[in-house]
Structure formats: C-alpha cells, structure tokens
Design a protein around this ligand. Structure first.
Ligand code: HEM
Ligand SMILES: [Ca+2]
Ligand SMILES: [Mn+2]
Length: 337
C-alpha cells in the first residue's frame, strides 16, 4: 500500500508535511551553525534562557515562556545581567530562522535539540513545532544567576512549574557547557572534564572538594574547582550539596541512562512553557539520533580519590566509582565557535 507519509527533501519522509521544512533547517545548521555537526553548547543555553521567562504566579507579566522573545526583543532581554553573552548566538541564529520562515520560538528549541543531539551520549529531545512568532519581552530576573541561593533558584523554578528534582535533571545540561563571562580571562572553561560528552562527569566532579580558582580568582557566582582549567559555578556546588537536591544529584553519578531519560522529560516541559502542546505538531523525528555514550558510569578523575568526594545524600552511600590512573590532568578550554 502507498505510504501516507509526506515526502521531504533528499528522499526523507515525515508523518506531517509541515515537518518537512525542518529537515532543510537541519541540513543548514549542521553544516553552518554547528560546523559539521559539532556538540553545540551555547544554543542549548538559549533554549533555557528563552523558556524560563514564564511565571505561574504572574501569568500576564512574567513572560511567555518558549516564545522566541529573547530573539524578537533581544535589545531588551540581552541587557539583563543573566543573559550576558547570549547576543552572539542570537545574532547567528536570527538570519537562519528568517531565511526558513520559521518562528523564533520554534527555531531556538529546534537548534538546542539538534545541538545537544550532536554530543556523544546526548539525549534525543522531543521537538514540537508551531509556536507563533508573536511575543512580548520577558521581564528581568526570570533567569537564575550562579550567585543566587538554592532557595531563590528553587523558588524561581517552582514558579515556572519545576520541582527540585527536575532542576537537577535540567542541570545535566552543564555536562556539555562552559563559561565565558563569569571569569572573562578564561573563556571556554568547562564545567566538567568532558564538555563534548553528555555524561555523568558533571555530577561526579561538582562533588569533589574545591581546591583552586582556575582564572583570576573569586568572581561573583564562582567557587573553587577541583581540577586546573575546570570552572565551578556556585549554584552547581550548592545544589549538589543541598538536602533537597543532593540525592537526585548523586543518583546520576553511575547512571547515564536515567540522566538522559529524566533530562528528556524535563526538557519536554521546558520547551513548551507558555504553549498548549496539543496545538503543536510533533516533528521529533527530524532530530538526529545521538551517538552512544562511551560509558554509563562516571569516574573519579586522575589524581583524585573517593576520599575527595563530598558525599551529600544522607540516605544513600556514594557509589564506588573507578579511579582514573595517573597524575592530575588539567582541563583544556573548549574552542570558541
Ligand atoms: C540553576 C540554574 C542555572 C544557573 C544559575 C546557570 C548558570 C550558568 C552560567 C553562569 C553559565 C556560564 C555562562 C557564560 O559565562 O557564558 C551557564 C552556562 C550554560 N548553561 Fe546554565 N545555568 C542554570 C541552568 C541551566 C539549564 C536548566 C540549562 C539547560 C537546560 C543550562 C544550560 C547551559 C549551557 C548549555 C551553558 C553553556 C553555554 C556555553 O557553552 O556558552 N543551564 N549556566
Ligand atoms: Ca561532560
Ligand atoms: Mn521567552
């Protein structure tokens, strides 16, 4: 029987004809924005900074969620301190969204899903298309900052509909992330030793005892990291150790599969904040299948031992992880894109 699937470019097919254009966007960004399908970090940060502009308690004035407002009203939203530096990636993305005639809200979530699918062991995120291109600017203070207290961060996420465990699930993203603007003297300093692999190392390494600052000393929102070249956000440090979040944090150190599954679930909520999912079209089949993870469990980096772990979950012992042999290694910066 003839298939009722829509035929798209290059012989690809889709369940919904309106999804076909996303294959063309995919081709364009894999060659361009991602420079040959590289693990793209900043694009993923943008999915968060756009979507978290949303409030259950202030539905009219708290922001429209994943609506593209950060791009449509970039002259306003990029001035917010928490959005320092996202203007670069917004200006790289904007012409591509316009060229393909897709909404900014859709484009930001699509590029984020493709970017993280390029990371080894990455998730395959749901992608629903059809967000309108109309938005109001989000207000300031919806994006949490690394110097914020755990109380304030959990409250901000609760106001957007996320539990403390879901905050931890979303922070898996920091496994493929680096800082440029907390300490501007060391751009590209990663949050774990494997920034192109979506793996549990972030959850292991944030629990190691901090020993030094990698750059010019203590910046606002920064605490000492355990490895030369590695950067530690105060918020990651505190959330890893807070009684409300420490057990979820520790649960991922030896469980990549659950880290991916819970990240996918929490991201599917984040990506549709401010929208009625049933009114969007499921184009998830366009998102590439990520390469498998190298390993399902984290390791203690060379030069460290299990004794350096500040285990913080009171109800479960820290699992025994293997220790990489050899002297302590410095973590190289990720190249600027
Ligand atoms: C507790 C909440 C969070 C705080 C305080 C926080 C803070 C930060 C900070 C300060 C940076 C460095 C930015 C720079 O210097 O350029 C960063 C990077 C990043 N964050 Fe978060 N973040 C949080 C949650 C999230 C979430 C939920 C996601 C995604 C779902 C995310 C994704 C990223 C990514 C991908 C980067 C790397 C950007 C790059 O490589 O240029 N973050 N985050
Ligand atoms: Ca990693
Ligand atoms: Mn927004």
């Amino acid at each position: 029987a003839p298939s009722n699937r829509a035929v798209c470019s290059k012989g690809r097919t889709a369940a919904h004809a309106t999804c076909c254009k996303w294959f063309d966007v995919l081709d364009d960004i894999q060659d361009g924005l991602f420079d040959g399908a590289e693990c793209g970090e900043e694009v993923h940060e943008l999915t968060f900074h756009d979507a978290i502009g949303f409030s259950l308690t202030h539905p009219l004035t708290g922001g429209g969620g994943a609506d593209g407002s950060i791009m449509a009203h970039s002259e306003i939203e990029t001035k917010f301190p928490a959005n320092n530096g996202v203007d670069d990636i917004i200006e790289q993305q904007r012409p591509i969204a316009i060229k393909h005639g897709v909404s900014f809200g859709d484009f930001i979530q699509f590029a984020g899903a493709v970017g993280v699918s390029n990371c080894a062991g990455g998730p395959r995120l749901q992608f629903l298309a059809g967000r309108s291109n109309f938005s109001f600017p989000a207000p300031d203070k919806t994006v949490p900052e690394p110097q914020d207290s755990v109380n304030s961060i959990l409250a901000r996420f609760a106001d957007a509909g996320f539990s403390p465990n879901e905050v931890v699930d979303l922070l898996a993203s920091h496994s493929v992330a680096a800082q440029d603007h907390v300490d501007e003297t060391i751009p590209g300093s990663p949050f774990d030793s494997t920034p192109s692999s979506f793996d549990p190392q972030i959850f292991v390494e944030t629990l190691l005892k901090g020993t030094a600052f990698p750059g010019n000393g203590a910046n606002t929102g920064e605490v000492q990291s355990p490895l030369p070249g590695e950067f530690r956000l105060q918020s990651d440090f505190a959330i890893a150790r807070d009684p409300r979040t420490a057990c979820e944090w520790q649960s991922f150190v030896n469980d990549h599969a659950s880290m991916v599954k819970k990240f996918e679930k929490a991201m599917s909520k984040l990506a549709v904040l401010g929208h009625v999912p049933a009114l969007l079209t499921d184009c998830s089949e366009v998102i590439p299948q990520p390469k498998a993870a190298a390993s399902n469990v984290g390791v203690i980096p060379a030069g460290k031992t299990l004794k350096d772990i500040e285990a913080s979950c009171k109800v479960k012992p820290f699992p025994s992880l293997s220790v990489l042999p050899g002297p302590i290694q410095s973590v190289p910066p990720v190249p600027a894109s």
